[in-house]
Design a protein around this ligand. Structure first.
Ligand code: SF4
Length: 148
């Protein structure tokens, strides 16, 4: 199969805050990092409050993101990959699943950086296309979440 063949997933749209073309602390190796827009939590320690608004950011298709990632293929493909973070990627489960599926189809290692906030049923489809989960749990108790 042509690795860059168009599929229905490639037209799925999501809202993205920003991109980082060379991340060194977001999973194994050098990684392309996609910061999704929108987060249901409001952590007191948040470094990226500008990702909170689900209506913010800019809309991209999966194919738009793939085009950006392919430009970095020479240095992320062999020992790195692509990390999807946010915001909270599970707040856009359909887009996140489609993006990870498309990336995997082109041979990229996929990582999901998530706080775990999201619907379990929707997360299952995302996890089916995820090689590595970076579980960024913020607190160890419900009281901790409510307090902070
Ligand atoms: S989960 Fe992450 S993006 Fe969301 S509020 Fe907490 S630190 Fe910020």
């Amino acid at each position: 199969m042509d690795a860059q063949m168009q599929t229905p997933e490639n037209g799925v749209k999501g809202r993205i805050h920003s991109f980082l073309s060379m991340g060194a602390v977001d999973g194994p190796g050098l990684r392309y990092v996609v910061f999704l827009q929108g987060c249901p939590l409001r952590c007191a320690c948040c470094h990226n409050p500008d990702t909170w608004d689900a209506a913010g950011g800019t809309e991209y298709t999966v194919e738009d993101v793939l085009r950006r990632v392919r430009r970095c293929k020479p240095y992320i493909y062999e020992s790195g990959g692509v990390t999807v973070t946010g915001g909270e990627p599970l707040a856009q489960p359909v887009f996140t699943a489609a993006l990870l599926k498309a990336l995997r189809a082109e041979g990229y290692h996929t990582a999901l950086d998530t706080s775990g906030a999201g619907a379990l049923a929707a997360a299952r489809e995302v996890l089916a296309h995820t090689d590595l989960v970076l579980a960024d749990l913020k607190f160890s108790s419900e009281e901790g979440y409510r307090a902070h």
